[in-house]
Design a binder for this molecule. Sequence first.
Ligand SMILES: Nc1ncnc2c1ncn2[C@@H]1O[C@H](COP(=O)(O)OP(=O)(O)O)[C@@H](O)[C@H]1O
Ligand SMILES: [Mg+2]
Length: 210
Amino acid sequence: MAANIAHDIRNPLGSIELFASLLERDLKKNESGQKLTRSIIKGVRTINSIISNILLFTKEIQIEKSEHHVADIVDDVILYMQHLMRDKNIKFINKIDEEHLISCDMELFKQVVMNIVHNAIDAVGTEGKIVMESFSEEKISGFKVTDNGTGIGTDMRKKLFIPFQTTKAKGTGLGLAIVYKIIKAHEGNITVDSDGCSFTSFTIELPIKG
Ligand SMILES: Nc1ncnc2c1ncn2[C@@H]1O[C@H](COP(=O)(O)OP(=O)(O)O)[C@@H](O)[C@H]1O
Ligand SMILES: [Mg+2]
């Protein structure tokens, strides 16, 4: 049921995004026109991400694991979110090792990276910076996302992964609950580190198969 509704909403959204992209290309010499079309694309992508979260929240997660380069997942997500980053003039520092592999469901992990990066984008102000790095140890492999935003206070840190917990006026509080659900389905782990005022760092660890 939810999947059908989501599908019905996604189809026209796909057309809106495509037409807005074509319009943006046509408006090369019209700075303000381009800005408006970018806003349409940004809005559509945000709606799409919310729909994905609602869908993932309502259904049981089925994972199809295979080996993927962390760098490929991150590149895809960053490309998709470039409008949001550009809007806020965010410096994205990619320290992901091109060689690092993780065993995961690629589509679900894109949603993980998207939700975490989206929160980082929301949290930073001027001089915003988001750093992504990967690591690999004997039995685990993973990545870390750090931002120099508002930080997360102690109270919020305790309930971060509980659904519908949000401090944002227009937040759903579903992003991190989904992230948690996906990571647990992969038998992985997520930890958060923050001083509550100037940085937040999420670390995701996944078991290496074998
Ligand atoms: N990088 C971050 N910096 C500051 N606060 C964060 C960050 N990531 C998450 N949060 C906090 O966690 C809350 C829950 O996040 P999330 O589950 O994604 O829901 P939403 O983004 O809809 O609020 C946010 O409202 C915010 O208070
Ligand atoms: Mg969020």
